[in-house]
Design a binder for this molecule. Structure first.
Ligand code: HXC
Length: 257
């Protein structure tokens, strides 16, 4: 039997998914992506999990779509394969996903990280959209999510001329939350995931929804949406418990209700 394409473990309410296609720099083959999204969907439905981490290994997060598979495909085969839609599934996951990136995050690999909610980078992380070298452009969100994060001009350079960003540049330009030593990037991501997973589950879910709505709406529609979610939280037991615990100077016990 061949090695699993995604190695999984669950600890302290956190699901960890490690991309495992080392012979091809963790190229995101259709089988790997299907395994990954099946895993994330299952964790999203599991009350015992509060947050997820996706990582690669210390040398590579993922070097993009599998060029060997893609090189033979026609436009119609790409269209009917449903491959890129697998990336869209990440946007439907309601629990927070942290990308822990060391080494290369290229092409679809960077797009996978961009589809996560928080990015922790190791000092050796390198980010790029090298599709132009293959005669194509990013197809799983790179042009849109990078433009919204980095602005037009740097994104143009990345998409049109394979400009790559070091971890330090990525932090300076707001593409990653922070840069940490290679030895600790995964521990840092897992610790952050554990902290979020220990918080009030409904508030975490609605907080993620509210922030993501900012990328889909006008300011006034976003503010109205935020307000509805804010009022909704006053119907939860966790809101009563959280405020009571604050006033009683004790730690709250969250029930996700
Ligand atoms: C398939 C890949 C691969 C990929 C690397 N390999 N990236 N195989 N798909 N994306 C394979 C190589 O063919 C090689 O296999 C082995 O991994 C090691 O790669 P080398 O190039 O020899 O290593 P190195 O010189 O260290 O360079 C590492 C690298 C480079 C910088 C990551 O491999 C690279 O630039 N890879 C391609 C990146 C890329 O173009 N990504 C975008 C893909 S398109 P062998 O068998 O020779 O050992 C894309 C579009 C997404 O992502 C659209 C929507 C999803």
């Amino acid at each position: 039997m061949s090695d699993p394409l995604v190695l999984t473990e669950v600890r302290d309410r956190v699901g960890l998914a490690r991309l495992n296609n080392p012979r091809a720099y963790n190229a995101l083959s259709p089988d790997l992506m299907r395994t990954l999204v099946d895993t994330l969907r299952a964790w999203d439905a599991d009350d015992n999990i509060g947050a997820m981490v996706i990582t690669g290994n210390e040398k590579v997060f993922a070097a993009g779509a599998d060029v060997k598979t893609m090189s033979q495909a026609s436009a119609v085969e790409m269209l009917y394969s449903g491959y890129i839609e697998l990336f869209d599934v990440l946007a439907t996951i309601r629990k927070p996903i942290i990308a822990a990136v060391a080494g290369w995050a290229l092409g679809g690999g960077l797009e996978l990280a961009l589809a996560c909610d928080i990015i922790i980078a190791a000092e050796n992380a390198k980010f790029g959209q090298p599709e132009i070298n293959l005669g194509i452009i990013p197809g799983a969100g790179g042009t849109q999510r990078l433009a919204r994060t980095l602005g037009k001009y740097l994104t143009m350079e990345m998409v049109l001329n394979d400009r790559r960003l070091s971890a330090e540049e990525a932090a300076r330009f707001g593409l990653v939350n922070r840069v940490v030593p290679v030895e600790s990037y995964l521990d840092e991501a897992l610790a952050l995931a554990r902290q979020i997973a220990a918080r009030a589950p409904v508030a975490v879910r609605l907080g993620k929804e509210a922030v993501n709505y900012a990328f889909e709406s006008t300011l006034s529609a976003g503010l109205a949406h935020e307000r509805r979610l804010f009022y909704l939280l006053f119907a939860t037991e966790d809101q009563s418990e959280g405020m009571r615990a604050f006033l009683e100077k004790r730690e709250p016990t969250w029930r996700g209700q």
